[in-house]
Design a protein around this ligand. Structure first.
Ligand code: ZN
Length: 218
C-alpha cells in the first residue's frame, strides 16, 4: 500500500498542474464557499443568479479562483531545489526572459499580467533548470498579489534556494484595475525591479544585467 502512495506524493505538484482545471479541486480551497459568495455578489448588484446565463457562474468562478490562487499552497523550493552542477566561470549570467504570468491584484481582485525576466549569477556551479525559474514565477503570481512584492519574492526565493552571487528580476505588468477603472490608461505598463547580491553593490554589473533583462538589442 505504502509503495503505491509514495510516488503519488512525490509528484503531487506536477499532477496538480497538468490535470484539467475543471475537474481537479485544488486542496485547501473551499469551492462551495466561493460559489456562495459569488452568488451573493450577483444578487447584490441586482442580477438574478438563477437565470440561464448565470446559473453555473458561481461554480465556474470557484474553479477559476482555485487555479488563480494555487500558488498559496505551493512552495518555490519544491522547484528550485532541484539543482544540478554546471561548470562555469563566476561571471556567467543565467537568464530567462519573457516568462508570461497572470496574477490578481490584491487591492481590486482585478487581473494584472505581463512578463517577468529573471537573471542570476550562479555560485559554486549550482544552477536550476530554466523551467524551474518559470514555475517559481507562477508560484508567486498565483496569489493575491502586488507587482512590487511579486518581484521581490521571486528574487528572494532564488537567493534562498540557489545561494547565487547575484539575482536580478524585472517585471513589466499591465493592470486591469488601471485600464478599466479610474485612471483608464490603457497602455501604461508598470515596471518593477529587484536586485540582490552583487547587483546591489556593483553599478557596472547592474547596468549590464538591466540591459539584458530589457532585451536591448533583441
Ligand atoms: Zn489593482
Amino acid at each position: 500500500m505504502s509503495s503505491m502512495i509514495r510516488p503519488i506524493m512525490r509528484h503531487a505538484p506536477q499532477v496538480r498542474r497538468h490535470t484539467a482545471p475543471a475537474r481537479s479541486p485544488v486542496f485547501g480551497v473551499d469551492h462551495d464557499r466561493i460559489a456562495r459568495a459569488v452568488r451573493e455578489i450577483l444578487i447584490a448588484v441586482g442580477e438574478n443568479p438563477d437565470r440561464e446565463g448565470l446559473v453555473d457562474t458561481p461554480a465556474r468562478v470557484a474553479r477559476a479562483y482555485a487555479e488563480t490562487f494555487a500558488g498559496l499552497r505551493e512552495d518555490a523550493g519544491e522547484h528550485l531545489e532541484r539543482t544540478f552542477d554546471h561548470e562555469a566561470s563566476g561571471d556567467d549570467v543565467v537568464m530567462l526572459r519573457n516568462i508570461e504570468f497572470s496574477s490578481l491584484c490584491e487591492h481590486h481582485l482585478a487581473p494584472f499580467l505581463g512578463r517577468a525576466h529573471v537573471a542570476y549569477l550562479p555560485s559554486g556551479g549550482k544552477v536550476t533548470g530554466l523551467s524551474k525559474l518559470a514555475r517559481t514565477v507562477d508560484v508567486f503570481a498565483r496569489r493575491p498579489q502586488l507587482q512590487e512584492r511579486l518581484t521581490a519574492q521571486i528574487a528572494d526565493a532564488l537567493v534562498e534556494h540557489l545561494q547565487p552571487r547575484g539575482v536580478a528580476v524585472l517585471i513589466e505588468g499591465e493592470h486591469m484595475c488601471m485600464r478599466v477603472r479610474g485612471a483608464k490608461k490603457a497602455d501604461a505598463k508598470m515596471v518593477t525591479t529587484a536586485m540582490r547580491g552583487v547587483y546591489t553593490e556593483d553599478r557596472e554589473l547592474r547596468r549590464e544585467v538591466l540591459a539584458l533583462l530589457r532585451g536591448v538589442g533583441d
